[in-house]
Design a protein around this ligand. Structure first.
Ligand code: HEC
Ligand code: HEC
Ligand code: HEC
Ligand code: HEC
Ligand code: HEC
Length: 383
């Protein structure tokens, strides 16, 4: 037998022994009974959902460079105490495992499948709002979940369809009760709760699809997209804001321009979340010989320490020490605000007014980095 034939033989022989074993291992991804299961395991069956989740900010809550920069700085400033503050939201499995030193692989998975799907109740007044039951039971939105033949058990959870489920992380107050992240509270004060519009309706839109891949796939039913697009998505940002030039009044000594800016698509204030985000409404009046006059307004929340020093850096803000609000003129959900801009320019040669809105986000990634996206634009001829 030459070497070639022997290796073929070996290959066939080994394949006969190992393939069935490997196939067995492949066919039954193991859901843990007494600890968190890795999202990779959930993804073996829930392929579509896993593929969406793995690109989400939730999956990167522990390795996104903006978080990492802030976390490292906060960690140094507090000689390590920051881990007890930051990880319960960015790596929420530590609420159960206590793995604040990031030794377990599950900690690195950030906001993972099994964290969310083993939450049984939420108590927003408790120091840890998430009441968990780790194990075989996965909680979700179906009243008619099918028999899983022991792969895992399921329980219907109304909670998973409500904003309260998200609130445990998307609401954060400083030691003296100042709102740092107020997304849930902003939603609650707006028009959407009365309309029955929860966070999930905008951030986890339903599509028809297969909940599990392969031979277990049942008929198509609705699945919720798990990529949770927010301020890092231009598509989502464009839905949020509208701008309209309403009127141009050319007077004797100056020109007044009236502009409406509306938060027509966002469920909370714009901007929301960590307070390093701003909206800028720019208005430009063009005159003769290419002359351009420009005015602008910023919509933002500015936090400061008790001495009035502005807190610009997430590594400071998110530690949640005593603070105060210096300014908060962000646009409420559903709100239209009318702004009047005065230009000291007048005469017959004025041509055009353009208004546009930029979203400006300047977090630290080693150095301060600025992201700027245009959200809306409108123009009007002067006459
Ligand atoms: C061996 C395959 C398999 C694995 C692994 C698996 N699931 Fe499932 N899961 C299913 C099947 C099958 C269904 C039922 C689909 C249906 O009802 O159409 C399901 C349903 C669900 C539901 C819906 C429950 C409801 O009633 O609303 C959730 C939530 C869920 N799984 C979460 C998870 C999580 C989290 C993991 C990882 C810890 C996981 N699954 C791992 C097969 C699996
Ligand atoms: C931030 C929390 C969160 C994470 C992380 C998360 N889910 Fe979900 N998942 C939900 C919520 C909330 C719903 C229900 C949405 C609704 O019905 O409005 C849901 C629904 C589901 C369902 C039922 C079908 C559907 O899409 O409605 C399955 C199955 C599921 N998730 C599996 C997973 C798997 C697998 C992962 C990880 C790859 C995962 N989830 C990660 C919160 C989460
Ligand atoms: C266990 C805590 C936790 C839960 C529960 C949770 N989130 Fe998040 N979420 C986070 C963290 C942390 C981030 C930011 C991660 C980062 O950027 O490092 C985030 C980011 C987001 C973003 C992306 C923001 C952006 O800038 O693009 C959206 C949108 C979002 N979450 C919506 C939701 C919704 C809707 C729910 C409820 C269905 C939910 N989250 C539940 C912790 C959580
Ligand atoms: C009516 C639809 C709608 C609802 C309801 C809604 N959102 Fe949003 N959300 C948006 C849009 C549009 C954006 C992008 C513009 C912006 O930053 O506000 C967004 C942005 C975000 C961001 C990113 C913030 C940033 O600046 O990067 C987070 C986080 C978020 N939403 C969480 C939530 C949570 C949590 C809830 C429920 C309490 C919720 N959203 C309810 C539409 C909605
Ligand atoms: C109560 C939960 C909670 C705690 C505690 C928390 N975060 Fe976050 N963090 C969030 C959520 C939710 C977001 C999502 C984005 C938003 O709402 O703007 C976020 C976003 C961020 C961002 C922006 C990331 C990006 O990609 O834009 C940074 C940086 C950050 N957190 C750092 C920290 C640090 C450092 C700590 C600890 C000192 C900390 N966070 C503690 C919930 C929390």
């Amino acid at each position: 037998m030459n070497i070639f034939r022997r290796s073929i033989f070996l290959y066939v022989f080994l394949n006969m022994i190992f393939s069935p074993l490997m196939a067995l291992a492949e066919e039954t991804p193991k859901v843990e009974t007494d600890k968190y299961t890795s999202s990779v395991v959930c993804g073996k069956c829930h392929e579509h959902i896993y593929n969406r989740w793995k690109d989400s900010i939730h999956a990167h809550a522990m390795d996104d460079p903006i978080f990492n920069t802030a976390y490292n700085l906060a960690y140094r400033k507090t000689s390590g105490a920051a881990k007890n503050i930051c990880l319960p939201c960015h790596a929420p499995t530590v609420r159960f495992t206590g793995d604040f030193d990031e030794k377990l692989p599950i900690t690195k998975e950030g906001v993972s499948c099994d964290f969310c799907h083993t939450v049984k109740a939420v108590d927003l007044k408790a120091s840890d709002p998430y009441i968990k039951e780790i194990g075989l039971v996965k909680r979700g939105p179906f009243k008619d979940g099918k028999d899983l033949k022991g792969k895992h058990e399921i329980a219907f959870s109304e909670l998973h369809k409500t904003a309260e489920f998200c609130a445990g992380c998307h609401e954060y107050k400083s030691q003296n009760g100042v709102s740092i992240i107020g997304t849930y509270g902003e939603w609650k004060e707006g028009p959407y709760p009365a309309k029955g519009k929860q966070c999930q309706d905008c951030h986890m839109p339903a599509i028809m699809g297969q909940i599990v891949a392969g031979s277990d796939a049942g008929p198509k039913r609705t699945i919720n997209e798990h990529n949770l697009l927010g301020g890092h998505s231009l598509m989502q940002l464009k839905k949020a804001i509208d701008v309209k030039v309403i009127n141009i009044n050319v007077g004797e000594a100056r020109t007044e321009v009236m502009v409406d800016i509306s938060n027509m698509g966002s469920g909370h204030r714009v901007p929301t979340g960590t307070p390093t985000r701003r909206l800028i409404l720019n208005v430009e009046l063009s005159g003769a010989e290419g002359r351009v006059f420009r005015e602008k307004i910023a919509y933002e929340k500015i936090l400061a320490d008790m001495d009035g020093r502005e807190l610009k850096d997430e590594s400071e803000v998110m530690l949640g020490g005593p603070m105060q609000i210096l300014k908060d003129n962000r646009l409420k959900p559903g709100e239209t605000r009318r702004e009047v801009f005065t230009f000291y320019a007048t005469g017959a040669k004025l041509k055009n007014v353009t208004a546009w809105v930029d979203y400006v986000y300047s977090p630290f990634i080693l150095d301060r980095t600025t992201m700027q996206l245009e959200m809306a634009r409108d123009s009007m001829a002067v006459r």
